[in-house]
Design a protein around this ligand. Structure first.
Ligand code: SF4
Ligand code: FES
Length: 239
């Protein structure tokens, strides 16, 4: 089928403002949008900039806004976003991160926020057995969050970010939950500085846009609310 890709272009070295460029592509409805973008890059316009690596929804590098929704180009089929011949698909970079070029954003701020929640197991207690044991039920409590590929789709989908750019964002909070809910971890207090902060968990208003956009089906909003609950319980204990 014929599809029209309307892609946001921007080269900060030569363009004053972003603009939309149109490309007509012959694509199989079962192909991925990433294939259509590759077709443009290979045969129509080598100057088009976008990131990709695994092409299988694992590396998280090709997150972008497709028809106004955030997601991975390699997990979006052409038929998911274009129904009939000549349909238009808009492709834009993720929001709330500076555009380096075309669909490539600078993720430094996203990763700075992610690092601020100390996304690693913290436990200085001596290990009694050979390893820190955990039951299957305990492991299941945070199972979905271990699937995060740090693609930043949720960050771009979050309506709170537009009013509050300093907000920690959905990915960082759900990754804090990943360790806070881990029975082997003792780092909850160390993460509180970032989480129990005016720009930490509290600006979340349960819009659920993060959860809807996540290509790994992580229950992000639920994990944010559980983190708020954990902080509330900790405050009660401290009184
Ligand atoms: S939580 Fe989902 S949408 Fe957000 S960064 Fe992780 S994989 Fe991407
Ligand atoms: S290219 Fe790796 S997730 Fe899409």
């Amino acid at each position: 089928m014929k599809i029209i890709l309307k892609i946001q272009r921007y080269n900060p070295d030569s363009d004053e403002t972003p603009y939309i460029q149109e490309y007509e592509v012959e694509a199989d409805p079962n192909e991925r949008l990433l294939d259509a973008l590759m077709q443009v890059k290979r045969f129509q316009d080598g100057s088009l900039g976008f990131r990709k690596s695994c092409a299988h929804g694992v590396c998280g590098s090709d997150a972008m806004r497709i028809n106004g929704k955030d997601g991975l180009a390699c997990k979006t089929l052409v038929k998911d976003v274009a129904k009939t011949d000549g349909d238009i698909i808009t492709v834009e970079p993720l929001r709330f991160l500076p555009v380096q070029r075309d669909l490539i954003v600078d993720q430094a701020e996203f990763f700075k926020k992610y690092r601020s929640i100390k996304p690693f197991l913290i436990n200085d207690e001596p290990v009694e057995a050979k390893e820190r044991l955990q039951s299957q039920e305990e492991r299941l409590a945070f199972d979905d969050t271990t699937n995060c590929i740090l693609c930043a789709s949720c960050y771009s989908a979050c309506p709170v970010m537009s009013e509050r750019p300093a907000f920690l964002g959905p990915a960082a909070i759900s990754q804090a939950y990943r360790f806070n809910a881990d029975t082997r971890d003792r780092g909850f207090e160390a993460r509180l500085k970032a989480l129990d902060h005016p720009d930490g968990v509290w600006p979340c208003q349960n819009h659920f846009k993060c959860t809807q956009s996540c290509p790994r089906s992580i229950l992000i909003t639920k994990r944010i609310n559980q983190t708020k609950h954990m902080i509330g319980k900790q405050r009660e204990k401290d009184i």
